[in-house]
Design a protein around this ligand. Structure first.
Ligand SMILES: [Zn+2]
Length: 336
């Protein structure tokens, strides 16, 4: 068996809910073909096991069987292309008769997302302590994350080097704080630029891969555990197992989600979104009336610790009828 097989099985594992290694050559997770049980969130009847030199998939619920290659292809076609290529390159050292791995199709025009998309930029942590960008990051209490936050001196110009003519004019170009969106492999597939000053809009999100869902935190999230969902990437950094949707639709993301909206009861758009989310039967955090700060970063700046915020979130997570009641109350009290 090739180490590449297990490497790629692990690479796609974030897309296989409840993924667990059960033995030397045995893995178990929820079947991606039938979705396993709709009623039970804990049922997992999909297995990858070894037969002779290769790994195969079998579901004990819907009985679908597949080679590892086809399983990878089914859950993530991009990873599949890499897998095929790597297996093909390895043919010199590894050759199994009747190998279930097809010859690769060499594809060009792949999207540009790579680990080194930001190689021309300086990380905030590498700037001198007196640099205004580093000072702002410090004031926002984001210093501990500054290895993966970057300074972009000319946001429009830089973006145009990655996506031709994204900005038709470089007039009004300005520096921005760069927040990379990384996929499960750590590659940058999108980024958000936050203005340092009053430039509008405050946040601009650029997708390098048009098909990607703008979710921040994919490189760190553990999908087998409950996941917190916030709107802003910077807010998400302060919470455990938290992703940010940055305007994307969380209904395209599979997992045990708790949705945290900003604390803005007077914001009609946010109220509409909370209502919609509650109708979907989701768990939602409705901030206590005593909370005066509008988002998690502001709470941190005001002196709340991560642990305190995590506790407030736990204590104020609602679903079903209780959520409807609490939401109506929150709206009324805070509208006064
Ligand atoms: Zn199945």
């Amino acid at each position: 068996m090739s180490y590449i097989d297990t490497k790629y099985l692990n690479l796609v594992s974030p897309m296989l809910p409840l993924f667990k290694k059960k033995g030397d050559n045995l893995w178990n997770f929820r079947c991606p073909y039938c979705g396993d049980s709709q009623k039970s969130r804990t049922k997992a009847r999909g297995f990858v096991f070894r037969r002779k030199a290769d790994l195969f998939f079998k579901c004990h619920n819907c009985s679908v069987g597949a080679t590892l290659a086809n399983l990878i292809k089914y859950v993530d076609s991009k990873t599949y292309d890499d897998y095929i290529l790597e297996r093909y390159r390895e043919e010199g050292v590894y050759r199994s008769k009747n190998s279930p791995v097809p010859k690769p199709e060499f594809k060009f025009n792949a999207p540009v997302f790579k680990k080194n998309v930001f190689k021309s930029l300086q990380s905030i942590s590498s700037l001198s302590p007196t640099h205004p960008a580093r000072r702002l990051v410090g004031e926002r209490k984001l210093s501990e994350f500054s290895d993966d936050l970057f300074l972009c001196p000319s946001f429009f110009k830089f973006t145009n080097t990655l996506i031709k003519n994204k900005f038709s004019s470089l007039g009004g170009d300005h520096p921005r704080l760069m927040i990379p969106f990384r996929n499960e492999k750590g590659e940058i597939f999108a980024y958000q630029g936050r203005a340092f000053g009053d430039e509008k809009p405050k946040y601009i999100t650029i997708k390098l891969d048009e098909d990607a869902n703008k979710i921040f935190g994919l490189d760190k999230v553990d999908k087998s555990k409950p996941i917190l969902v916030v709107e802003g990437p910077l807010d998400s950094l302060f919470l455990d197992n938290c992703i940010a949707m940055a305007g994307a639709d969380f209904n395209n993301f599979d997992g045990d989600l708790t949705i945290i909206f900003d604390n803005e009861p007077r914001n009609k758009e946010i109220c509409k979104q909370i209502e919609k989310t509650l109708k979907q039967g989701r768990r939602v955090v409705i901030w206590p009336d005593s909370m005066r700060h509008k988002d998690i970063n502001d709470m941190i700046i005001a002196g709340y610790t991560k642990e305190e915020i995590q506790q407030i979130i736990t204590d104020n997570t609602f679903s079903g009828a209780a959520a409807q009641l609490r939401f109506a109350e929150w709206r009324k009290i805070n509208a006064q």
